[in-house]
Design a binder for this molecule. Structure first.
Ligand code: URA
Length: 209
């Protein structure tokens, strides 16, 4: 039986492989990119899927978009090691195409388990794919930068314990995807402004918990 957070995360990764999740992607990808950062992070960033560099290195957000993410973290005095970074889909889709709905659905239970292990106070979604997992039918252009409290569905714990209270709520902070904002002036400044709100959001949540 896995004990600590890192063992549980290793088990989730092993389950993705043994459950043959998205076999086609697994065959073309070089690495399964699970995620990295602090296992006690108060904020977790969730992107779409690994790109070329991420696939090669087996680490999330280490290409151009990742550099921009690092810069934004630096701007708010945070380091990658203070946060946890992952993607919905853990294998690179060929030619960096968008992840398919069936692929996002296949990885969702594993992502939810990851969230349950890390127990972040805030999940910052990067781009529409990630946001729509938690806030279906919403548009990033309309709600970016606005924290929303949701109930995390599909939790194994809840199913096991019948726990229906508020413990499994989570604050979602919808953000533009750094890759989309990188070369788009207006989107870039919006993302930077939204990012600057993170310390305050964490402070308020800390006070209320
Ligand atoms: N874009 C993503 O959504 N995730 C990565 O890890 C890299 C680029």
């Amino acid at each position: 039986m896995p004990q600590n957070k890192s063992e549980i995360l290793a088990q989730i990764e092993a389950d993705i492989i043994s459950d043959n999740i998205c076999e086609n992607l697994a065959q073309t990808a070089k690495n399964l990119v699970m995620g990295e950062g602090s296992l006690d992070a108060r904020i977790m960033f969730i992107g779409e899927a690994p790109g070329k560099t991420e696939d090669e290195l087996g680490r999330p957000f280490v290409g151009a978009a990742g550099k921009f993410l690092d810069e934004m973290l630096d701007m708010i005095d945070m380091k990658r090691s203070d946060v946890y970074i992952t993607n919905i889909v853990k294998y690179r889709p060929p030619n960096n195409r968008d992840p398919e709905p069936v692929e996002k659905r296949a990885f969702l239970p594993y992502l939810v388990r990851q969230i349950e292990v890390i127990q972040p106070k805030v999940v910052a979604t990067l781009g529409k794919h990630s946001m729509n997992l938690f806030l279906p039918d919403m548009q990033v252009s309309k709600i970016h930068g606005q924290p929303k409290r949701i109930k995390l569905h599909l939790t194994n714990k809840e199913q096991e314990t019948g726990n229906k209270d508020n413990q499994n709520t989570l604050v979602i902070l919808p953000l533009y995807h750094p890759a989309a904002a990188l070369y788009n002036g207006a989107m870039r400044s919006t993302l930077l402004e939204d990012f600057k709100k993170i310390p305050k959001i964490l402070e308020i949540i800390n006070k209320n918990n």
